[in-house]
Write a protein of this length. Structure first.
Length: 378
C-alpha cells in the first residue's frame, strides 16, 4: 500500500510555509487535506507573483483542496467547527492565543471531536519572553544558532533556501504521525506542539555537542573542516564539491586524482586532525590545482576514482541530471487555469510507490462548492 494515510482528513489553517509544508507531507502520504483560507486573498504567499498562484505557493500546497472561510465571522467559525467535527487532524500555525480568541480552545474542540489530533506550530512556544513575537525563517535561524554556523561574520549575507521553516514543518508532520499511531491504540486525540526555535536547534545537534563536550564554539567552517567538505572553483568558473571525511582511502585517492603527491608529505596535512586544523590552508592549496581544469574534466577524473564528489549543480542542471531523471524525481501535472505544473515527488517510496502526488495546488476557493455540499456547510 502506498497511501499510508488513506481516510485521514486534515484541516489546515496554516499560511506561509510551516503548516503548509506539514500539510503537503501528509497529503503526499494519502491524507485528504482541506486548506482553509481567508476570502481576502487566502494564503499570503499566493500573492508573491500575482494572480494568487505564485510558484512559492504552488510548491508547498499540492494535493490539497481549498475552501474560503472568514473565521472572524460566526458563520465562518460555525463552518469550521462542522469540518473539525469530522476531521482527524487540525493543523495551524497561528500565534499563541489566536485560536482561543476564535473560541477554538482545547476543551471546545475535544467536546465536538475527542479523537482530534491538534497540531499547533508557533515561533517560540506557548510561554516564555518571546511568546508573542513574530517569527520567520531568518529569525529562527539567528536565534537557534544555525545562522552563526553559516554566515561569514566579516561579510554576513543571508542566502539560500528556507531551513527553519522547512524543518519545523517536517517535525510537525512526524509529530502528527506519532499522535495518529497512538490514537489507533487509545482512541483519544492529542495536542501536538512544535515551535520554530526548538525545531531549528534540534536540526543541528552537533554544534551543541561540540560546545558542551569540547568547549568549542562552532563557526561557519567548524563542521566542514571536521568532515573535510570543500567546494573548489574550476577553470571555467563552475564548482566541484568533495567530501573527504575521515576515511584515509578517500584522501589518498583524492591526492592521486589531482596529481598532488606533495600534499602527502606536507606536515600540515599528514593526518585527519591536522587537515581539520589546517582546513583553510588545504582549501587554498587545492583550489589552485582545480583552477587548471574545467569542471567537466575534473568530474570525469573524479568519477573514475572512489572519491565522494559532485558538480555543484544549478537548479536547471539538477533537473537534467541523469541520476535525477532515472529516479523520476520530477513530474508534471496540468492545472485547468494555470497550465502545466512541474512538481517534486515525495522522496519516500512505500512498497516501491511514490504515492498520490498528482494534483497541483488549488486556486483560492477551488473546492468551495464541493466541500460545502459534502459537509452541509452554510
Amino acid at each position: 500500500m502506498n497511501h499510508a494515510l488513506d481516510g485521514i482528513l486534515v484541516i489546515e489553517l496554516g499560511t506561509v510555509l510551516t503548516a503548509p509544508l506539514a500539510g503537503m507531507m501528509l497529503a503526499d502520504l494519502g491524507a485528504r487535506v482541506i486548506k482553509v483560507e481567508h476570502p481576502n486573498g487566502g494564503d499570503p504567499f499566493r500573492r508573491h507573483a500575482g494572480k494568487l498562484y505564485s510558484p512559492h505557493f504552488a510548491s508547498y500546497n499540492r494535493n490539497k483542496e481549498s475552501i474560503q472561510l472568514d473565521l472572524q465571522t460566526e458563520a465562518g467559525k460555525a463552518d469550521l467547527l462542522m469540518l473539525l467535527a469530522r476531521a482527524d487532524v487540525l493543523l495551524e500555525n497561528y500565534r499563541p492565543g489566536v485560536m482561543a480568541r476564535l473560541g477554538l480552545t482545547e476543551a471546545a474542540l475535544a467536546e465536538i471531536n475527542p479523537g482530534l489530533v491538534w497540531c499547533s506550530i508557533t515561533g517560540f512556544g506557548t510561554d516564555g519572553p518571546y511568546r508573542d513575537r513574530p517569527c520567520y525563517d531568518a529569525v529562527a535561524l539567528g536565534l537557534s544558532g544555525l545562522a552563526s554556523q553559516m554566515l561569514d561574520p566579516e561579510q554576513p549575507a543571508m542566502s539560500g533556501p528556507t531551513i527553519s521553516d522547512n524543518v519545523t514543518g517536517m517535525y510537525a508532520s512526524y509529530g502528527i504521525l506519532g499522535a495518529l499511531i497512538a490514537r489507533q491504540r487509545s482512541g483519544q486525540g492529542a495536542r501536538v506542539e512544535v515551535n520554530m526555535l526548538e525545531a531549528s536547534i534540534a536540526f543541528s545537534p552537533e554544534g551543541f555537542a561540540q560546545y558542551t563536550r569540547l568547549g568549542t564554539v562552532p563557526g561557519p567552517q567548524t563542521r566542514v573542516a571536521i568532515s573535510q567538505s570543500h567546494a573548489f572553483p574550476c577553470a571555467d568558473g563552475r564548482l566541484v564539491a568533495v567530501h573527504l571525511s575521515s576515511v584515509e582511502k578517500f584522501w589518498q585517492a583524492f591526492v592521486a586524482v589531482i596529481e598532488r603527491p606533495d600534499l602527502l608529505e606536507d606536515s600540515r596535512f599528514l593526518a585527519p586532525e591536522l587537515r581539520t586544523r589546517n582546513y583553510g590552508a588545504l582549501n587554498a592549496e587545492v583550489s589552485r590545482t582545480f583552477r587548471t581544469r574545467t569542471r567537466e574534466q575534473w568530474c570525469e577524473r573524479l568519477g573514475a576514482s572512489d572519491v565522494p564528489f559532485s558538480p555543484v549543480n544549478t537548479i536547471p542542471e539538477v533537473m537534467d541530471d541523469p541520476q535525477v531523471r532515472q529516479a523520476g524525481t520530477f513530474y508534471e501535472s496540468a492545472h485547468p487555469e494555470h497550465g502545466p505544473m512541474v512538481a517534486i515527488h515525495r522522496p519516500v517510496t512505500i512498497d516501491g510507490a511514490r504515492g498520490p502526488t498528482t494534483r497541483p495546488a488549488p486556486v483560492l476557493g477551488e473546492h468551495d462548492a464541493a466541500i460545502r455540499a459534502e459537509f452541509g456547510l452554510g
